[in-house]
Design a protein. Structure first.
Length: 132
């Protein structure tokens, strides 16, 4: 999972802002964009990839997207990039990203959402006076 994926003219991908967790200043919050980048290989045939973002209760599906892809031989690969836009996060906790192929889970990883309010704008500075 990352913030953005771009492709060079030569076909190579840039993965920008790999996301290990989401630190947010307030809740609820809307996350403008999450990108899911997967590369598949070592298979032959037509497949269906499903990506699900699961809430901390581990049963509510916040987002779901599907994509069909094909591998023509065992040495072939395909790159699938999916985007979740305007994801509404209501509470801190551990969310999960699930990746399935033909309804078989291939990958499930935690996405912690951490509430970290910004520091105060005018914190009181300690006195620099010497006491004597």
């Amino acid at each position: 999972m990352c913030e953005e994926v771009r492709q060079e003219a030569n076909g190579n991908f840039f993965i920008i802002g790999v996301v290990n967790y989401l630190r947010v200043p307030q809740l609820p919050v809307v996350v403008g964009r999450l990108c899911i980048f997967n590369r598949w290989t070592a298979g032959i045939g037509q497949f269906n990839q499903t990506i699900r973002l699961i809430s901390p209760d581990q049963s509510t599906i916040l987002r779901r997207a599907e994509m069909k892809f094909e591998l023509t031989d065992a040495a072939a690969h395909t790159t699938n990039i999916m985007f979740f836009g305007n994801v509404d996060i209501k509470a801190a906790g551990t969310y999960f990203m699930e990746v399935l192929v033909d309804d078989v889970m291939k990958l499930r990883y935690p996405v912690p959402v951490i509430l970290a309010p910004p520091p105060e704008k005018n914190p009181q500075q300690p006195s620099l006076e010497k006491k004597g």
